[in-house]
Write a new protein. Structure first.
Ligand SMILES: Nc1nc2c(ncn2[C@@H]2O[C@H](COP(=O)(O)OP(=O)(O)OP(=O)(O)O)[C@@H](O)[C@H]2O)c(=O)[nH]1
Ligand SMILES: [Mg+2]
Length: 440
């Protein structure tokens, strides 16, 4: 069984405790403290290994734990570190945090190592605490605990080309012919139940292209019909999608309907797949009805269509070359990503209109403020006047019922103003009266 998703509960090793020990030897009665440090706990390490096919091992054994560090020992001996727990995974594995689904690590290159959970540090033995004032310390520190967590590991196959098509279209037959992979092929739907990866060799240019054959896709796969569309994650990283269309039109289906449904299912799965460049391969050209269908198909679909037959091997060499150009060729040779079809454009236009409508009042407000700022001074004055008029009654009401601030400020200011006038007036009157009395 091919397993491409698993939940794991991991824990790194705890650090070993520090040791309390004193040197005891013949003729050395008080040899001093010699308790060693504890060893470090083992790390949990993910290793990218191309020899791993899937994540089956983790499905059946999800609890993994790295060994603890050994406690310190006498004679200044440190405890050995815990051995790292190395978990091999195939290239293209993603490690996600359980619950939050946050991507923690991704392993794509063979030999890549990721320390997911670090082991706890070892504690210190009593030999570290000796000093001139404490020559026989009994103090140690405990080892630090290791880290733990639950994660979801997901495999997304790394391939250059992803084969997409209805069941029985001939995807596995093509993989068998072009690569050394040997996926099962049979005249019944859903023969392929998991992804098969093969390599197309190009000895004249010393090149290779990795191709992924996935299970067939049918209408309603997004609603879990057939095998659902979970396996589409394996072609998410492909540079090119190759649509294998059965040109003979089996089960009364028309090739153009198959093409339309495949496009729709890809769009419903993700935008990433909908935007990938693609090549259309018309298979089963050896069957009598195919030639007529191909004509009609070409008139309806403008993209490049490569006719082949896995039965008579017709067009296979041409396809090999086209695949090389499409994946490794110059940018001019590579197919362009698809232009959004009507539904998409219509929906995107609608979405744009809706977003504009939502933004419109905000913009109007902004523009009005801008206009007010940029308007001539007269306009500003005209606007200010009513504001001032409005302010007056507020000021009156404030006097009538002064706010806390007004009360504080009013009380302080009003008494100050009145006495200042009186103080100035009284001295003049007094001087005049004095002068009059002096004259008398
Ligand atoms: N006549 C004819 N038969 C073909 C051709 N290619 C494939 N077949 C047959 O079609 C049937 C289905 O082929 P597969 O390669 O298993 O199809 P598939 O797309 O992998 O199907 P699933 O794995 O079910 O998705 C087999 O019996 C093949 O022999 C072809 O070019 N001509
Ligand atoms: Mg197959």
């Amino acid at each position: 069984m091919f397993i491409d998703e698993a939940k794991v509960i991991l824990k790194s090793g705890d650090g070993g405790h520090g040791c309390v020990s004193f040197r005891r030897e013949k003729f050395i009665p008080k040899g001093g403290p010699d308790g060693g440090n504890g060893g470090k706990g083992g790390d949990v390490v993910f290793l990218c290994d191309r020899n791993q096919g899937d994540l089956q091992a983790y499905r059946w054994q999800p609890h993994r734990r790295a060994p603890n560090g050994t406690p310190g020992m006498g004679r200044q001996c440190a405890g050995p570190d815990g051995v790292d727990l190395v978990l091999p995974v195939p290239p293209g594995t993603q490690i996600l945090e359980e619950g939050t689904n946050r991507l923690v690590a991704e392993l794509t290159e063979h030999g890549e190592r990721v320390i997911l959970l670090a082991g706890g540090k070892g504690g210190q033995g009593n030999m570290n605490f000796k000093s001139s004032v404490n020559q026989a310390p009994r103090r140690t520190t405990p080892g630090y605990p290791g880290e733990e967590g639950s994660f979801r590991i997901v495999l997304k196959t790394i391939a250059d080309i992803g084969l997409v098509g209805y069941p029985n279209a001939g995807k596995s037959s093509l993989t068998n012919l072009l690569t050394a992979a040997r996926p099962k092929m049979a005249p019944y739907p859903f023969t392929t139940l998991h992804v098969n990866v093969g390599v197309i060799e190009y000895p004249h240019v010393f090149g290779r292209i990795v191709m992924a054959d996935i299970p067939g896709l049918i209408e309603g796969a997004h609603d879990n019909r057939g095998l659902g569309h979970q396996f589409l994650r394996h072609i998410e990283r492909c540079a090119l999608l190759v649509f294998i269309i059965d040109m003979a039109g089996s089960e009364n289906r028309k090739p153009w309907d198959d093409h339309r449904i495949l496009e729709k299912e890809l769009r419903l799965y993700s935008k990433i797949l909908a935007a990938k460049p693609r090549l259309i391969v018309a298979n089963k050209m050896d069957l009598p009805a195919s030639a007529e269908m191909l004509k009609e198909f070409k008139s309806r679909i403008k993209d490049l269509v490569i006719p082949i037959s896995c039965y008579s091997h017709e067009g296979l060499e041409d396809l090999r070359m086209q695949l090389w150009k499409a994946v490794k060729g110059s940018p001019a040779e590579r197919p362009q990503p698809p232009v959004l079809i009507e539904e998409d454009t219509a929906s995107s236009h609608l979405a744009k209109k809706l977003s504009k409508a939502k933004k419109a009042p905000v913009k109007a407000k902004k523009s009005s403020t801008k206009k007010a700022k940029s308007a001539p001074k007269t306009a500003v004055k005209a606007k200010k006047k009513p504001a001032a008029a409005k302010k007056k009654p507020i000021a009156v009401s404030k006097k009538a019922k002064p706010s806390v601030k007004a009360r504080v400020s009013g009380k302080k200011k009003a008494p100050k103003a009145k006495p200042s006038v009186k103080k100035k007036a009284t001295p003049v009157k007094k001087v005049a009266a004095r002068a009059k009395s002096k004259k008398k």
